[in-house]
Every structure is written in structure tokens, then in C-alpha cells.
Write a protein that binds this ligand. Sequence first.
Ligand SMILES: [Zn+2]
Length: 293
Amino acid sequence: MLYKRLLPAIFAAAILISISHPAHAQKVMKFSNLNKEWSQDFPPFRIAGNLYYVGSYELAAYLIATPQGHILINTGLADSDALIRAHLNTLGFKYRDIKILLTNQAHFDHVAAMAAIKKATGAQMMINEKDAGVLADGGNSDFALGGRGAMFAPLKADRLLHDHDTIKLGGMEIVLLHHPGHTQGASSFLFDVKDEQRSYRVLIANMPSIISETNLAGMPGYPDVAKDYAYTLNAMKGLQFDLWLAAHAGQFDLHKKHQPGDAYNPEAFNDRAGYDTALDELMKSYQHKLNNN
Ligand SMILES: [Zn+2]
């Protein structure tokens, strides 16, 4: 898909532009030409059971609401704090009831508002141990994008997670699946939600796309990157679930499956074929990149 080919280029261009304008440089790097859809508002909605979409048009953020407080998976850019606050309000939830913060990966487009949300709510930040260092220095130690100072407000994690760890709150049990490659700690989440009709196994997948800065021959900060991608592509092929979602709306065709105002319809996200196709495409780009190093 065009979207998938363009994304790494947009990402790289944004970073180059921010470095070439050092006059604008602040403590946390500012990006000047990011995709507008990353900050564009999108009406929040109920996906299935107690799982809600609260992100922007393109950067997915998920709320799992429980009687003991809420779990937020991903933010968007720094400006997504205000958007997420407004979305919780629209849905009738209290922002201050966010108790746990999780993310698919410690890149600035998914964690830039974490520090602000933690400060405002006191929520516990939990992250795969292999992304904890990158989160703590604002992305400066990222193997592919790092070395230029903080790209987002740094945050020290409260709990380090490992493959198959379970995160529990208010009757929810969320299993972390370590899917390294895109970042060293990239992870997906697998859990059950239920509504009046039935229960659904939900996968919030970190789709293993490869940014243009990544060299699969191995990088100083990540010698085994190719091996990890191979592991992740294979592991993700074998997952069983009813509904799937991802960190970017475009990765799971959100806008084809749900339009603002649509009635509650979990089945819109019941799309094994779409998941398999997306993974097949990522496998092809992995092989292409491996052969063209
Ligand atoms: Zn990323």
C-alpha cells in the first residue's frame, strides 16, 4: 500500500528537517512536517466491550475501562494529551482514573504524551524492558533514530515487562507479547473483552514495519535486528484472536472499518484475512530489504 511505502520517508524527512533548523531546537526536539493526520482529531468510539478508540485520525490510542480505573495503550504526539483528555470526557470516563500506561513501542509517535499523562494522573508506566532505556532518555538511545537528543519528554518506567507477562486491573488480564524489530522492546497485547452478547479475544498488534534508518545487516545498537524481525514475523503469523487492531490506524484500515457515527459493531474488526495480508506484505518488505542491504 502507498501508505506503507510513504510512511518511513515522511518520518525520515521530519527528522532531517528538525536537525537542519537548530535555531528551533529545544530540550525536546520539535518536528516540523509530520503527517497532519497524526494530530487530526477523530471521534472516540467503543470498539468491543470495555475497549475504546481514543486516538487521533492516524495514531491509535486505546482505553480499556475497568471499575478499578483505566488502562491507556499508546498516546500520539505530545499534543495528543489534550485530545485523549477530551475523548475520555466525551465517552464519560475520567482522565484522572487512568491507572496504567502501556505502549506498543517507544517511538515518539506513540509515547510523546506519556510523561504528561503520568504527571497529571499518577498512572503507572509499564513497558517492555528493552524499550525502557529509550523511553527514559526521550528516544536518544534508540538504535535507529537516536543520537540527536530527546525526541519526546523522557519518562522512567514504573514496571518493566517481559514476554508473556500479564498486566492486571479491574478483572482485565492483558498479556504482553514481545515482538522485537521495529524497536527492541516492541510488543503486542492480547486480551479478552466481553459485551452483552459474547467475549472477544483482541490483539493490539505492533505490526513489524521497517523504518528506512534500519539496516538489517545489523546496527551497532542492535546487531540481531534481522533475526528479531524474522522471529516476530513468524510468531505473529501463529496468533489466534477474534479482533485485531494496531498502533497506526492505516495498518488495520480503521477508516474502512469504522466511520464517525457508526453504531457499535465489534465485528467490523473481525478481519483475519486483512491481518494475514498485512503480515505477508511486511514479510515481503523484510525479504526485499534483507536482499538489498
Ligand atoms: Zn515506530
